[in-house]
Design a protein around this ligand. Sequence first.
Ligand code: SF4
Length: 345
Amino acid sequence: MTCGSVLLSVRGLRKEYPLRGGLLGRGRGLVRAVRGVSFAVEEGSALGLVGESGAGKSTIGRTLLRLEEPTEGEILFRGRDLSRLSMRELRPLRREMQIVFQDPFGSLNPRIPVGRAIREVLEVHRIVRGRAAREEAGNLLEVVGLKRADGERYPHEFSAGQRQRICIARALSLSPRFIVADEPVSALDMSNQAQIVNLLLALQEKLGLSYLLITHNLAVVRQIAGRLAVLYLGKIVEEGPTPDVFRAPLHPYTEALLAASPSRDPRARGRALLLSGEIPSSLRIPSGCPFHPRCPRAGEKCRAEIPREIAPGPSRRVSCHIHDGGTGPPLERRQGQAPRGPIPS
Ligand code: SF4
């Protein structure tokens, strides 16, 4: 596995959706799903992107592959800015970037045998045809731990875990270098989750793949991703090497996510925060630090000022006033708002 050189570099990525409504279809606001996100994925490595539903994780994944058009920002893949390429120019690079979705059943055509589904990808992209395509589809099924003969069966004849293997085999058919794995194990039971995690790790080792692993499952991130980025309301609030973030989270939101995860380091137990309330709408981003209405550590400065991103240690970054001069006087909260101070788990 070769780690070190940057395969994908994302800079200032934004994705906004105008919200229209009423009889005349007038603009009713702007959903700011991704608000200036920057990160890099090195060759042969995995970056975990975590956060609650509605944080913008899947939008980032889809935008990288131009399944959705970015509003602004650069997506540099092997040095070429995908956001500026025409669909024709994009096509050869898109082969190198594949996506695996959460719902393997929804991603497969129930009416065709799975071997044919893989063969069709090989033939559409003119990689191989006919007998050679059939042979290659069998090889790919074996690579993901299924039998060649399984190619004759239909999606409903497989378990959820086997269907996810088939989706991975189909993604591998174009020999990608980079895979967006969007909640790849969320629809699976614990034993299938472990098997898919092991498969992703084995493929990374064997094929030198790089992953962007999108998930809310911190246990999965811990096993697969060397680096971890935490997303809140369309922005990365903390990033760093996964073991360091687990050992010593810097952002109160990361702390709260880890507190809610069974995979957390028991040594972090004493600092546990509990997350209260729901993630606000991307239509109405709170003032100052967008996390302040839910943050037990918030001060007056948090309501007024957007925290800047700082680098408090090697390979780490965080956006929180605690690490940049303090939060100011405690935030006065109305009844029913999130409490202040550490809450024991
Ligand atoms: Fe909490 Fe303030 Fe830090 Fe935001 S800036 S995470 S509100 S302490």
